[in-house]
Design a protein around this ligand. Structure first.
Ligand code: NDP
Length: 311
């Protein structure tokens, strides 16, 4: 049984490096790389970061696609993906912790008026603002999964009021939890910051649209670290121009890399980063070797995606 690594994201992780790391865990494994896949009939497991529609059909005996990350929407969107192919992802506290840190950094930047001070320095202007108090500030975390819970915990530990929203109802220490459409309304009504850690599914596609932005507080900031297509980007620009919300921090965009002609680049109320909020996988990468072993031994796989739910 062969595992083919075809990450397609060499600036972040090369196929060769990942192969070397997995072979340390499982020296006898047949692990190949995209540049030299050998006989495609022998590939039963494929490991990708970027996935192209139709890719699974290249491997007639494919049983498993392992994502080197958490979001699997591009894989599940492939209408040619055979029902028999299972999909697994990674769940990592390392990149989840980094996403919590990223979100906190942007929130603290606002609380301490850092962007205004940068501007004032450029103008040689001495003006002081009172820092906004964490205990008087509400952070809403949309998506209370593996990563959303780490984000919520980080804000709780920094003294913020935290509310959360998920599909199923939850009880989380020091987080007021909501679900359903009415719950989302309540969450948005109270939020100064809205952090999206939702997956992209049929239900969440363009969830941030004009009618949702009308429920935001006019002074609030949206931070999207989930997936780009959660946001209707034209509606976001319009909502910012009309003052329905104060600003947006986008780590993920509906088309990546973001095309140079996109109005998001130069919008004064938008701050962009190139999909880096969660970067390092840490030890979670070893779960790929473990899933190879489990697939070979016909055992239950780690972090299996529920294809009917979409995450
Ligand atoms: P999980 O599957 O653990 O959690 C997903 C959460 O979203 C769950 O709480 C789930 O609710 C909730 N959810 C799903 N659908 C809905 C819905 N329709 N309405 C309300 N809530 C919903 O995922 P992770 O926390 O591991 O990852 C979240 C996302 O973060 C990934 O899918 C990926 O897109 C993104 N990501 C981005 C990275 C980056 O660098 N920017 C890096 C890593 C991940 P419930 O608990 O009820 O099931």
């Amino acid at each position: 049984m062969a595992l083919l690594i075809d990450v397609k994201h060499p600036d972040w992780m090369t196929d060769e490096d990942l192969r070397a790391e997995l072979l340390q865990q499982y020296p006898q494994a047949d692990i190949r790389i995209g540049a030299n896949p050998g006989n495609l009939d022998e590939i039963q497991m494929l490991t990708v970061s970027t996935y192209h529609c139709g890719e699974a059909l290249r491997y007639p005996n494919l049983k498993l696609i392992q994502k080197t990350g958490a979001g699997v929407n591009n894989i599940l969107a492939d209408s040619d993906l055979p029902e028999s192919v299972q999909v697994t992802r990674l769940q990592t506290n390392t990149s989840g912790g980094e996403m919590a840190e990223y979100s906190l950094a942007y929130v603290l930047q606002e609380q301490r008026h850092m962007r205004q001070y940068n501007q004032h320095q450029a103008d040689s202007k001495w003006v002081a603002y009172a820092p906004r108090k964490a205990r008087e500030t509400t952070v809403a975390v949309l998506g209370l999964g593996r990563i959303g819970l780490l984000v919520a915990e980080r804000f709780v530990n920094n003294g913020f009021q935290v509310v959360g929203w998920s599909r199923s109802s939850k009880t989380v220490d020091k987080v007021a939890c909501f679900s359903g459409d009415e719950g989302l309304k309540q969450v948005l009504a109270s939020a100064d910051y809205v952090i999206s850690v939702l997956p992209s599914t049929d239900q969440t596609l363009h969830i941030f649209n004009r009618s949702l932005f009308q429920q935001f507080n006019p002074g609030s900031l949206l931070i999207n670290v989930g997936r780009g297509d959660l946001v209707n980007e034209a509606d976001l620009v319009q909502a910012l121009d009309e003052g329905l919300l104060a600003g947006a921090v986008l780590d993920v965009m509906s088309v990546e890399p973001l095309p140079s002609e996109s109005p998001l680049w130069l919008h004064p109320k938008i701050q962009l980063t190139p999909h880096i909020s969660g970067y390092h996988l840490g030890d979670a990468v070893l779960d790929i070797a473990e899933n190879y072993r489990r697939l070979q031994n016909n055992q239950p796989l780690l972090h299996l995606v529920d294809r009917s739910k979409g995450y």
